[in-house]
Design a protein around this ligand. Structure first.
Ligand code: URA
Length: 441
């Protein structure tokens, strides 16, 4: 196969065959195709898109480039969740133990921080001792024993996507709905799941800022999941403001603990519960939505979900003592209050400068392999729509030094706007299933 002719055909809008996609990926993974040629092919996809058949072929070729988790019949139905990423999105920390405490197996594979968005594995690693680099054998054994495992991307899962993603990251080929859908779904389909819920975020703090594109991504991924044997539902949720109050790794773990105790911020609680209900329904053990809702409430109010989090932390080498004493989490050296500059109404809390500031303050990576400081971040108590007085404390910055505090205060000045109210996106706007799209707001 002459790779150059594949590029030319894709560039001119033709559809490549499943065999061509499979060979292209295998040859790239084994260095028989150089990065520059693969980058040209990817850029052609950005412009020309993929036919539904090509999308399936690309996704399955990525999935099959590595291992696929298989599960013994004794393991209950397995359901995972994937979020397209946002600022302050600590939902997975609450959701995984919550759903596992309802008797569903949760093998949750999560990513690291990407750009201005935080990653679940980084947050978990704020817990002293917590290991996210589990082997697939460890994942399987822990899910059988504890019902839940939370682990980072494995080199054995969809390695072709790993190679392509690194290339896309530096060649301007990330923002393509078919490429994003294939990348996410290839990894999820390799987990051997019965069900998957997708949290597709829209708004300035997400990667799909435009709600219409977020919906299109949701529909594309739902079709890919269902078409390949995994029951899949998506919720489209708001990321035009941070989720919850805490932003930054250790601070978000602390807020997740509050949510597991039923004392979390309302938006975090509502989204987590909604996703948990979908996961119970996808598992197939419960068909009635109101019964699923009651099960989720009971798991939280009885303390079972919190106990499961303790068990999960201990199983992965972390200190479960943080559950009862969050003071055992790493603490920032410097903390400073941010006060409202004028009296008025909070019109907006822009997640983008806050997410970027966490990275700049050391809480995220600028380059692959950078060590991160888990302590830095923000707690923003002012929510859009709240009335504030001049000089009222409305946020805090957590930093490792005075320079970090200065950066953080500047980000808060940029992010928090006091003035005429602006419309907010609905917290949960759509539910997308294979049968169609339901508007929820
Ligand atoms: N996350 C992924 O795993 N892949 C993408 O392409 C984008 C976000």
């Amino acid at each position: 196969m002459l790779f150059q002719s594949l590029i030319e055909r894709k560039r001119d809008g033709a559809a490549l065959t499943a065999d061509e996609w499979r060979t292209a990926l295998a040859d790239h993974l084994q260095d028989r195709v150089p990065d520059y040629q693969m980058a040209a092919l990817l850029m052609s996809v950005v412009w020309q898109g993929l036919s539904p058949e090509e999308l399936t072929a690309l996704t399955l070729a990525m999935r099959d480039s590595g291992s696929i988790l298989d599960w013994p019949p004794s393991v209950p139905p397995r359901v995972d969740k994937h979020s397209t990423g946002g600022v302050g999105d600590k939902v997975s920390l609450v959701l995984a133990p919550l759903v596992a405490s309802c008797g569903i197996a949760v093998p949750m594979m999560s990513g690291r921080g990407l750009g201005h968005t935080g990653g679940t594995t980084d947050k978990l690693e704020a817990i002293p001792g917590f290991r996210t680099d589990l082997s697939l054998e460890e994942v399987r054994a822990q899910v059988e024993r504890v019902g839940v495992a939370m682990f980072g991307p494995s080199e054995r899962i969809a390695p072709a996507d790993r190679r392509l993603y690194a290339l896309r990251d530096v060649t301007g080929t990330v923002p393509s709905i078919p490429l994003i859908a294939a990348s996410i779904m290839s990894k999820k389909l390799a987990e051997g799941l019965n069900g998957l819920v997708l949290d597709v975020k829209t708004g300035r703090g997400g990667f799909m800022q435009d709600p219409e594109r977020a919906l299109e991504l949701a529909r594309t991924m739902v079709e890919l999941g269902v078409g390949n044997g995994c029951r899949t539902t998506a919720l489209v949720t708001a990321m035009d403001r941070p989720l919850g109050r805490a932003i930054g790794n250790a601070l978000e773990v602390e807020e997740a603990l509050l949510a597991l105790q039923g004392r979390g911020p309302e938006d975090l609680t509502l989204i987590t519960r909604a996703l948990a209900v979908e996961m119970l329904l996808l598992a197939g053990t419960e068909a009635d939505r109101s019964v699923a809702r009651r099960q989720v409430s009971e798991a939280l109010s009885s303390g079972r979900a919190l106990d499961k989090f303790r068990e999960l932390i201990a199983a992965q080498g972390g200190n479960p003592g943080i559950v009862d004493d969050p003071g055992l989490l790493p603490q920032a050296a410097e903390v400073e209050l941010f006060e409202a500059p004028v009296k008025g109404v909070v019109a907006a809390v822009d997640p983008l400068p806050l997410g970027r500031a966490v990275v700049a303050m050391g809480g995220g990576r600028r380059q692959l392999g950078d060590a991160i400081d888990h302590t830095v971040g923000f707690v923003v108590s002012a929510r859009p729509g709240a009335k504030v007085l001049k000089d009222e404390p409305i946020a805090s910055v957590f930093a490792r030094d005075a320079a970090g505090i200065t950066l953080g205060l500047a980000a808060l000045r940029e992010a928090i706007r006091i003035g005429p109210a602006q419309p907010l996106l609905p917290l949960i706007s759509h539910r997308v299933t294979i049968s169609g799209t339901e508007t929820l707001s």
